[in-house]
Design a protein around this ligand. Structure first.
Ligand code: ATP
Length: 443
């Protein structure tokens, strides 16, 4: 883990938040390369959900959440972790995450600690008008269920996908960006008719494993954990966690839950007119009937299958899989990030052989500008004057290809292409660069 953390800081992937003032625990900032990698991960997820499936729609809902939403969802009552204090070291821990050094006899009895952040809304701070920062993106998908159906005429089965920030006041944030207090989730709520839920759940587990594989996290690095009944969240009938071998141990990367009809049933008006299977609180506030009519005209509350992945945990897993230290000749080593090219923060670096040669510099700038226009992601012009050093840097940040502009370029419009993984170099005509890059990034 230390090597990854050092690389992230050195190359500008991730910084500690508010670092110049000593930081703020459980928060991180994504630097110039981090924001690109993060966006690429999110785009890959969005494409696989919304663009590849005509029956999945996107949503971007508010972070500030009406307390009623999180009251009826069950979060006010149950979204808590057991917390203990250690009387010896004076620190506070989640009960299942107490370090070995703390002796059991020094620990207090566990008490429940609600993880939701509250904030004041409006100009008067008397505690009467507060909102929650959402602890998951899912709830506002449920509250928008009818809006999406009415505006898109989607029949069940259909899904609503959302990527966005979530906030949890974790008792012990730790392990770099693995457990933080502010993070992003990529969540799909897939609505199916009751009875179709178990099959759909199995299908989504397989689809999600396939997706992680395409991002460079092989199925062999993931273990499926069938969450035992006593550990299931209050809404879940079955949950399969995708457990990844993170540098600090095997932990949850993504959870795929069968949330039954609990959420729509909880947020619905006229609950007694619907046959809701889950046990839900009586809803006295909702103005929306969260149900659809089946072929016979009967109102039915759909079940929900939810694949919910953390962007930061995905980032860490992808980085961990891509990170290699390789031996070279002359007892040298190189660090190389073998990221899938579509995830690479920089798609290509265009480098003039000589820093101060106007013709080379101009030719390189033109190539950069032309490649940038294809819209594959960031291409950079790099004028360090040290080709070897530039190659090393781009190996380390995962740039799949470096394009060197030399004196031959000025004669025959060809460039040297240097491949990150094989380190092989070959000549290519400038006219063929577009296609070369398109193929490389989309492979
Ligand atoms: P854990 O048991 O590790 O606390 P969880 O079961 O509470 O996780 P979920 O509520 O299922 O997590 O959230 C869905 C996903 O959101 C998780 O699989 C994870 O990728 C991400 N996630 C949850 N909490 C955090 C956090 N504090 N920091 C970073 N990512 C998180």
């Amino acid at each position: 883990m230390e090597e990854l953390v050092a690389l992230c800081k050195r190359r500008g992937f991730i910084f500690q938040s508010s670092e110049i003032y000593g930081g703020l625990q459980g928060t991180y900032d994504f630097g110039p390369l981090g924001v690109e990698l993060k966006n690429n991960i999110k785009n890959a997820w969005w494409e696989s959900m919304v663009y590849d499936n005509d029956n999945i729609e996107g949503l971007d809902s508010s972070i500030l959440t009406n307390p009623l939403v999180l009251g009826y969802s069950g979060h006010e009552d149950t979204f808590s972790d057991p917390m203990v204090d250690c009387k010896s070291c004076g620190l506070r821990f989640r009960a299942d995450q107490v370090p070995k050094e703390c002796k059991p006899e020094d620990l207090t009895e566990p008490r429940q600690f609600n993880l939701m952040f509250k904030t004041n809304v409006g100009p008067i701070d008397d505690g009467s008008s507060f909102a929650y920062l959402r602890p998951e993106t899912a709830q506002q998908i449920f509250t928008n269920f009818k809006n999406v159906i009415d505006s898109t005429s989607k029949p069940v089965p259909f899904g609503i996908a959302q990527i966005g920030k979530a906030f949890r006041n974790e008792i012990t944030p730790r392990n770099f960006i693995f457990r933080v207090r502010e993070f992003e989730q990529m969540e799909l709520e897939y609505f199916v008719m009751p009875g179709e839920d178990e099959k759909s759940h199995d299908i989504w587990v397989q689809k999600r494993l396939e997706w992680w594989k395409k991002q460079g996290v092989p199925t062999e690095s993931i273990e499926l954990y069938d969450v035992p009944t006593e550990e299931l969240a209050h809404y879940s009938k079955k949950t399969i966690d995708l457990m990844y071998k993170f540098p600090h141990g095997l932990e949850e990367l993504e959870g795929i839950a069968n949330r039954t009809d609990f959420d729509l049933g909880s947020h619905s008006k006229k609950q007694n007119e619907l046959s809701i299977g889950s046990s839900v609180k009586e809803n006295k506030h909702s103005n929306s009937k969260m149900a659809v009519q089946d072929d016979s005209g009967k109102w039915v509350v759909p079940f929900v299958i939810e694949p919910s992945a953390g962007v930061e945990r995905g980032f860490l897993a992808i980085l961990n899989e891509a990170y290699f230290v390789e031996d070279l000749e002359n007892d040298k080593t190189r660090v190389v990030l073998r990221l899938k090219p579509h995830l690479s923060p920089i798609k290509a670096a265009v480098i003039p052989l000589k820093k101060n040669n106007t013709e080379l510099v101009e030719a390189a700038k033109k190539i950069k500008n032309d490649l940038q226009k294809i819209g594959l992601g960031r291409v950079i012009f790099e004028n360090t004057g040290n080709i070897g050093k530039s190659y090393r840097k781009h190996d380390e940040i995962g740039t799949p290809v470096c394009i060197t502009v030399d004196f031959q370029t000025l004669e025959d419009d060809s460039v040297t292409i240097r491949d990150r993984d094989s380190m092989e170099q070959k000549r290519l005509d400038i006219d063929d660069l577009n296609n070369y890059l398109i193929k490389l990034i989309n492979r």
